[in-house]
Design a protein around this ligand. Structure first.
Ligand SMILES: Cc1cc2nc3c(=O)[nH]c(=O)nc-3n(C[C@H](O)[C@H](O)[C@H](O)COP(=O)(O)OP(=O)(O)OC[C@H]3O[C@@H](n4cnc5c(N)ncnc54)[C@H](O)[C@@H]3O)c2cc1C
Length: 339
């Protein structure tokens, strides 16, 4: 919503968030509707729209419907049914309670102004949705922050923002990278996330953080491998958001989380997917596992035979990651407010 070229070099998300919210108070320019644009079909020289198969692509009905109409329906349904409870359920991947508008915002099939106005109108009509609206607008502010970061510091597209981490060693193996991509690491939430990505070409935000953290801090693989894989697979693949997300997790980005914050995939599962609803949806081998063991199936009296054993021990790899980072952690570490 904010023009990244006009944002000063805001180095923290909280400064950008304040600017974002004050811009909202100043009033939004109206969104341009599609009536302002000439339809491709109306162009006299326009060829017929090519079919996906002509690009060697397969179609699947598990991917969200694309286009302006579908985006407007998604926004309407989200504002009506989910926005009020967004602050409560946004971190629960089993609830699937977020807007799923990221691909629309990336491709422009919905304008961010239209999305903001719909949320603000909902807050005016029913003040109890206010906390949900405020949290949701914060997410849109992250999008602007990361766009501004890429604009002002374009080298982040290929390099760590924090120069001190550019010499980080990455001793991970290509075999482990494949296991992670296939969702076969033996850590249920990581595997569920990677299988959602394979099936829907979408992944819940909390799961993106957990899967990314696992690749970088448990498997010690360069975040660029994960970034590339996400970019190839996600329907909402977006250079600024994807790069910003990976660098945030790796602790190398602008206002990233501190490098020593390492997500524990078991505790994250128990906190954000306590009944295992999300894991059971995506990892059929674990459907019958009792809630108590759903995020640590190796401790079950009879571990499910069809599910892979853990490829690494998180407690051990956490220490290895800390050691690797400490060797070159001389760059300033920004405080981060992303949850
Ligand atoms: C490792 C990693 C990779 C990511 N890759 C992408 C990507 O390629 N494309 C992408 O759009 N988002 C990416 N994100 C951000 C976020 O995960 C998605 O935007 C969000 O999950 C999309 O779901 P939603 O539309 O239901 O979000 P909602 O929760 O409904 O949020 C509304 C909108 O705000 C924006 N937004 C939400 N969270 C973030 C965030 N953390 N950073 C920036 N913008 C955000 C998105 O445009 C989103 O559609 C990534 C995050 C991480 C941690």
């Amino acid at each position: 919503m904010l023009d990244p070229t006009r944002l000063p070099r805001l180095r923290t998300f909280s400064a950008c968030r304040r600017r974002f919210h004050s811009a909202l108070l100043e009033g939004l320019a109206p969104a341009l509707s599609s009536a302002h644009f000439l339809s491709v079909k109306a162009l006299p020289w326009s060829d017929a729209m090519p079919a996906p198969a002509e690009f060697g692509l397969r179609t699947t009905d598990r991917v969200m419907e694309a286009g302006e109409g579908a985006a407007a329906n998604r926004l309407g349904a989200f504002v009506q049914r989910r926005l009020g409870e967004y602050a409560t359920y946004r971190e629960d991947p089993g609830a699937d309670a977020t807007s799923r508008l990221s691909a629309d915002l990336h491709f422009g099939t919905i304008s961010v102004r239209t999305a903001i106005l719909a949320a603000l109108e909902a807050a005016c009509d029913s003040p109890q949705v206010g906390s949900g609206v405020s949290r949701w607008l914060d997410q849109l502010a992250w999008r602007d922050f990361l766009a501004a970061a890429l604009w002002h510091f374009p080298h982040v597209a290929t390099q760590e923002y924090k120069a001190g981490f550019r010499s980080l060693p990455w001793p991970g193996t290509s075999g482990d990278l494949q296991t992670w991509k296939q969702g076969m690491t033996g850590y249920p939430l990581v595997d569920a996330a990677m299988r959602q990505l394979q099936a829907e070409h979408f992944m819940h935000n909390r799961c993106r953080m957990i899967a990314a953290s696992f690749l970088v801090k448990d498997l010690h693989l360069d975040w660029r491998h994960g970034e590339r894989h996400f970019m190839r697979e996600l329907v909402d693949g977006d250079l600024a958001n994807n790069n910003g997300g990976w660098q945030w997790v790796a602790g190398t980005g602008l206002d990233a989380q501190p490098y020593f914050r390492i997500l524990n995939p078991v505790l994250q599962g128990e906190t954000h997917d306590p009944t295992g609803a999300y894991v059971r949806r995506w990892v059929p081998e674990l459907r019958q596992v009792p809630d108590r063991y759903i995020h640590r199936p190796w401790e079950a009296p009879t571990p499910p035979a069809a599910y892979p054993k853990r490829i690494v021990d998180h407690a051990r790899e956490r220490l290895v990651a800390l050691e690797l980072y400490r060797t070159c952690a001389r760059a300033p570490l920004g405080r981060s407010t992303q949850s």
